[in-house]
Design a binder for this molecule. Structure first.
Ligand SMILES: O=P(O)(O)OC[C@H]1O[C@H](O[C@H]2O[C@H](CO)[C@@H](O)[C@H](O)[C@H]2O)[C@H](O)[C@@H](O)[C@@H]1O
Length: 373
């Protein structure tokens, strides 16, 4: 079988966890120490148009380092690319016993966020929880067609309730408009294009600043827009040769999907992508779940976006904040790491099988025995 998205229940544990955070919030309103005047929340949201100061700042990668990256990419054999595509997208089921063994040692290091609920709530007591949610594979199931990755109505309801209690942001590799069309909640923050396109709530929210007019908008890679468009068009042409491949324009980055491409064609696909990329030393490549992601070589990622949002919310140098980030992908690791470095809050990895991660906790589908994605 070529197409292989069998994760339809992936949202169930995430929704359960969000529901639990909500009920606990209702029971322990003292969690929320925040008041507009005390924490400075919403302060200057509308003036946050320029990058925050270091260490959260936008620092273009110096030309020398871009070239070095290009040399590494250029020197890399296509086989290595394909190996890495396979490694990050396992397609074969593991045996139940080896899976169970691997899983039990992994779960000791990354306990289920559901089981650790008491400890987590204790740690957040007296602090302002801020929620960061990845979209694909976290709020919506992984499906073959990226245009049909809908979130359920009940998940939407849960996220809406969550946003009434805590500042809540969607942090995604997707184009911001596209993810907004899936989520349709104007009271949230949205960080699209892997955090390179940030917008604050556009509708009445207790976490938006009604007095200041326009919501926060921050786009640290705007100069790359024409380049990404150009690359997107070239990739669309190249991918016409590869059955099942599709290219998605995510505004400040582009995705080449190979979920529905026969594995025998992966090497050809990688070569085509590389042939385009080598003309663009200012762009770099990342891998996600059966997707190659092309993005600007700037030091900006989901971790920086998280930091930017916390700063915009008035929590730059503040100990009474408790950020929670839930995500499923490699790109979410930047945010998990940021939380580790800040020593605040925690990351939760959504995965039904063990993965290298800096997240503290995990959420998974316990009934799933096979690994398909
Ligand atoms: O940061 P995220 O919200 O997790 O977005 C990352 C990429 O997600 C989407 O691709 C993934 O989900 C698709 C739909 O389920 C699936 O078909 C694909 O194989 C996955 O990689 C999205 O389409 C990409 O543009 C995002 O970059």
């Amino acid at each position: 079988m070529v197409c292989g998205g069998d994760l339809k229940d992936i949202g169930v544990e995430v929704e359960a966890k969000l529901g639990i955070i909500l009920s606990a919030h209702k029971m322990t309103q003292q969690n929320v120490v925040l008041s507009k005047t005390k924490s400075g929340i919403n302060r200057d949201l509308t003036v946050a148009q320029k990058p925050p100061a270091a260490p959260g700042g936008y620092i273009p990668i110096p030309r020398r380092r871009v070239l070095k990256n290009l040399e590494i990419n250029g020197g890399q054999r296509i086989n290595a690319w394909v190996d890495s595509m396979r490694a990050s997208s396992p397609t074969h089921a593991k045996s139940t016993s080896s899976l169970a063994e691997e899983h039990s040692s992994w779960i000791l290091r990354h306990p289920s966020a559901l089981d650790m609920f008491e400890q987590i709530m204790d740690a957040s007591r007296g602090k302002q929880i801020v929620m960061f949610l990845d979209y694909d594979g976290t709020l919506s199931p992984i499906v073959d067609d990226p245009d049909r990755a809908f979130m359920s109505d009940s998940m939407r309801k849960t996220v809406r309730k969550l946003a009434r209690c805590f500042p809540t942001a969607i942090v995604t590799g997707r184009c911001r408009d596209k993810v907004y069309n899936f989520v349709r909640l104007a009271e949230l923050y949205y960080a699209g294009s892997h955090g390179m396109d940030i917008q604050g709530p556009t509708r009445d929210s207790k976490y938006s600043n009604k007095d200041k007019g326009e919501p926060v908008l921050f786009q640290p890679a705007s100069e790359f827009l024409p380049m990404i468009d150009e690359v997107y068009n070239q990739l669309v042409e190249k991918m016409k040769l590869i059955p099942g491949a599709r290219v998605e324009n995510n505004k400040f980055c582009a995705s080449v999907h190979f979920r529905c491409v026969d594995e025998k064609k992966w090497s050809e696909l990688a070569q085509e992508v590389r042939s385009v990329l080598k003309e663009y030393p200012k762009l770099r490549l990342n891998q996600g779940r059966k997707v190659l992601e092309i993005r600007p070589s700037i030091k900006w990622d989901k971790g920086k976006a998280l930091e930017f949002l916390l700063e915009s919310l008035g929590f730059a140098n503040c100990n009474d904040v408790f950020p929670v980030y839930i995500g499923d992908d490699k790109t979410d690791e930047d945010a998990f790491k940021k939380l580790r470095d800040r020593g605040q809050g925690f990351g939760i990895l959504v995965s039904k099988f063990p993965k290298d991660t800096t997240a503290s906790y995990s959420l998974q589908e316990p009934n799933e025995a096979s690994i398909i994605d």
